[in-house]
Design a binder for this molecule. Structure first.
Ligand code: 6MZ
Length: 354
C-alpha cells in the first residue's frame, strides 16, 4: 500500500476516540494562544516545551513533568472551555465521529476553579460545538488522579454521578489515571465499586508499567469497562498469569495509544506494540491518541502506524473502527446511530489495498 494512499484512506475513515486526556490533547495553535494569554496575565511566567516532537522519547517521568507545565497554563475557566472547544473541532476535522474526553476536575482557588466550574466549562463547550453543528458526538469522563487519594476519588464519583443525571448522559463514566509510579491502584477498588453501583462505567489505566500486584487486585475486585494502555497485561510473570486470562475471558477492551507508549518509552517500537498480541486473539482493541498534543499525533496517524506495523488491510482498519463502537460508554441508541453512519458511508470507500 502506498504511504499516501494509506494516509488518505485513514484520514477519510470515520473514527472513534476513547482515550483522550483534555490537558494533553491541545493543538499547538491553542496551546500558544493559552501561553500568550498566561504571559499577559503574569509577565514573570516562562514556559518550557510541552510536546514530544518528531522522534523524541523520554522515560514516563518526563511526560508527567510536561503535564505539570501544561497545568500551569491551563488553570482557569477560559482555558478549560477553550481547550475543550478547540479539541472537539480538531477531532471532528480528523473524522472522529464519537469522542470520549477525559479530564481531572480541579480545585484552583487563585482562579476560582472548582470541580463543578471545571466540568461546567467542559459541558458548555460540548453544547456549543453541538449547537454549532460539529458532527461528533462527545461524552465526558471525569478522571480520578491516583496521586490525589481516595477521599478526592469518592468526591469525583459523586460529581460524575450528579452531572450524569443533569447532562442528559454526556457525563457517562469515570477515568482512573495519574502517575503509575505513585500510590496503589488497589486502594481505589472500593471507589470503583461505588462508581459501578451508581451506573458509571469505568475506564482504568492499568498495567501501564509492570505493576502486577495492583493490576491483579483491581481486576479481582472491579467490573472494568475498558483498560487504558494495558502495556504489561500480556507479559505477566508466572505468579500473575491469571491477569492475562482474566482480561481475555472477560473480553475487557483495551485502549491502545501506540505513539504515546513509544514516546514515553514503555514500548520500544511500533512493531512490538501489544496491540498485535490482543488483535491476533480477536480481543477488542481501540486505537487512540492519549494526548495528541503532547505526543504530536492524530487518530489518523495512529491508524497509519497500526497498518504499517502489523500489515493491516484497509478492510481490517475499517472493521477496527466499526467495532470500536461496541465499546463506547454512551447508550445503545447512540451506538445504533453510529453504526448506521458507518454503513451509509461505506459504499464511498475503496477497500483495495494498493
Ligand atoms: C496516566 C495520564 C497519562 O486530566 O489534566 N494522564 N495518566 N498515564 C498517562 N500516560 C502517559 N497521560 C495523562 O489531563 C492530564 C492528566 O491526565 C493523566 C494525568 O493524571 C495527567 O495529569 P487532565 O485533563
Amino acid at each position: 500500500m502506498s504511504e499516501e494512499g494509506l494516509r488518505t484512506f485513514c484520514a477519510a475513515l470515520p473514527k472513534i476516540e476513547l482515550h483522550a486526556h483534555l490537558n494533553t490533547s491541545f493543538s499547538k495553535v491553542t496551546l500558544q494562544a493559552l501561553v500568550d494569554r498566561k504571559i499577559q496575565l503574569d509577565p514573570t511566567f516562562t514556559s518550557q516545551k510541552m510536546t514530544f516532537d518528531g522522534n523524541e522519547t523520554a522515560g514516563i517521568e518526563e511526560s508527567f513533568s510536561k503535564f505539570r507545565q501544561i497545568h500551569m497554563v491551563c488553570n482557569d475557566a477560559h482555558a478549560i472551555y477553550t481547550l475543550t472547544h478547540d479539541i472537539i473541532h480538531e477531532f471532528a476535522a480528523d473524522n472522529v465521529k464519537y469522542l470520549e474526553l477525559r479530564s481531572t476536575p480541579k480545585t484552583i482557588p487563585e482562579t476560582g476553579l472548582t470541580p463543578e466550574v471545571y466540568l461546567e466549562c467542559m459541558l458548555r463547550a460540548v453544547r456549543d460545538c453541538e449547537e454549532g453543528g460539529v458532527d461528533t458526538v462527545v461524552r465526558i469522563l471525569p478522571s480520578i488522579d491516583r496521586r490525589n487519594g481516595v477521599d478526592v476519588a469518592y468526591k469525583t464519583v459523586d460529581l460524575a454521578y450528579k452531572y450524569a443525571q443533569s447532562s442528559n448522559g454526556v457525563v457517562c463514566g469515570i477515568d482512573f489515571s495519574g502517575d503509575p509510579l505513585v500510590g496503589d491502584a488497589a486502594d481505589y477498588v472500593p471507589v470503583f465499586q461505588y462508581a459501578h453501583s451508581k451506573g458509571l462505567k469505568l475506564a482504568l489505566h492499568l498495567a501501564e508499567i509492570a505493576s502486577f500486584e495492583e493490576t491483579h487486585k483491581v481486576l479481582q475486585g472491579t467490573t472494568v469497562g475498558r483498560i487504558g494502555h494495558g502495556t504489561f497485561l500480556h507479559q505477566c510473570p508466572e505468579d500473575y498469569k491469571d491477569i492475562t486470562q482474566c482480561v481475555l475471558q472477560q473480553r475487557i477492551p483495551i485502549e491502545t495509544c501506540m505513539t504515546s507508549n513509544l514516546k514515553s518509552q514503555t514500548v520500544s517500537d511500533y512493531s512490538s506494540h501489544h496491540l498485535e498480541y490482543w488483535h491476533n486473539r480477536q480481543h477488542p482493541v481501540i486505537i487512540c491518541t492519549d494526548g495528541k498534543g503532547v505526543y504530536q499525533t492524530t487518530v489518523t496517524e495512529e491508524y497509519v502506524h497500526a497498518a504499517r506495523a502489523f500489515g493491516l488491510t484497509r478492510l481490517k482498519l475499517w472493521q477496527l473502527s466499526l467495532q470500536s463502537i461496541d465499546h463506547i460508554f454512551a447508550d445503545e441508541a447512540t451506538k445504533q446511530t453510529l453504526r448506521r453512519k458507518w454503513e451509509s458511508i461505506k459504499p464511498s470507500f475503496d477497500f483495495k489495498d494498493r
